[in-house]
Design a protein around this ligand. Structure first.
Ligand code: AMP
Ligand code: MG
Length: 281
């Protein structure tokens, strides 16, 4: 069984995040479920495969008429580990092949456009792996929790998002959406860490503590978004993320399994290798 089968939200299924243990380590081999050293070593090996796959994707897009690309969407509560995941998982690949974009509070200009406007502009070009640190899903999460638009507006976005993602898949995208699932207590511990460490003050936002009051609303909004927008085309995965070593292994593995399905290879020479060798004097 693949890790994708273990962590995927089945399309159309209801989602109960309370039934998913943020401390869990599902999908690790027998005897390795608490083996941090093993998972860290695996991450190195998986990273080497990802680097090759990414180069093959890049090379394929360069020589073919197709427009293959991958989009990894990362969503999480504050302190959920999105930045760490980008560093550890995307960090295994060639930066030239990556399009990494973070989405914060929309600018005035962005607010004047449809919510997908800034997303479309940030999509990876053919041959690239895009990583979204937050995404269009904020427009059915924070926006819903804080009533930033009318209910009928955010409700209409689930279908908009599904249609949008389906259109991307038709255009050559492979989409993987990951929710990093931490617990309320783990979030407090990570905020406390930030407050203890002067090198982390820049990451601390006093508003994050106020946001904790909305924890249950966020969890409900996540559950709804995952249930409505996990599709065959663009599945959602929930990765238990209290343990960073598991989180990194799991996200890398999801990417590795998904890219493994793309049948990537290095394009053959479109010239005569022997002739070129002979010409080289
Ligand atoms: P950070 O990830 O710490 O840089 O924080 C980014 C902030 O931007 C978070 O508080 C998000 O909730 C907020 N944000 C991201 N997208 C949106 C959006 N579409 N509408 C409102 N707030 C957003
Ligand atoms: Mg923040």
């Amino acid at each position: 069984m693949s890790l994708r089968d273990v962590l995927r939200i089945a399309p159309g299924a209801a989602v109960n995040l309370e039934s998913i243990d943020p401390n869990g380590t599902p999908g690790l081999p027998k005897g390795r479920s608490r083996d941090k050293a093993w998972a860290r070593a695996q991450l190195v090996a998986i990273g080497e495969r990802l680097a090759v796959a990414q180069e093959q994707l890049f090379a394929t897009a360069k020589v073919s008429q197709t427009r293959p690309r991958v989009l990894l969407v990362l969503q999480a509560m504050d302190c959920g580990g999105k930045d760490g995941t980008v560093r550890k998982v995307a960090g295994t690949m060639n930066p030239q092949g990556l399009t990494i974009v973070g989405f914060g509070k929309p600018t005035k200009e962005e607010l004047e456009h449809d919510f997908l406007w800034r997303i479309r502009k940030a999509l990876p070009p053919p041959g690239q792996i895009g990583v979204f640190n937050r995404s269009h899903y904020e427009d059915v999460l924070v926006v819903r929790v804080h009533n930033l638009v009318a209910k009928r507006t955010w409700q209409s976005r689930f279908k908009r998002i599904n249609d949008f993602e389906a259109s991307l898949v038709r255009d050559g995208f492979t989409i993987i959406k990951v929710m990093l699932h931490i617990s309320y207590a783990e979030q407090a511990a990570r905020l406390a860490e930030r407050l203890k460490d002067p090198t982390k003050y820049w990451k601390f936002n006093p508003a994050d503590i106020d946001e904790r009051a909305y924890w249950d609303d966020y969890q409900a909004a996540y559950a709804d978004a995952l249930a409505r927008c996990s599709t065959e085309d663009a599945p959602w995965y929930v990765v238990p993320a209290n343990r960073k070593w598991y989180r990194d292994w799991a996200v890398a593995t999801l990417l590795d399994e998904t890219m493994g399905d793309l049948g990537l290879r290095y394009p053959p020479a479109d010239f005569d290798v022997t002739v070129e060798q002979a010409r080289l004097r």
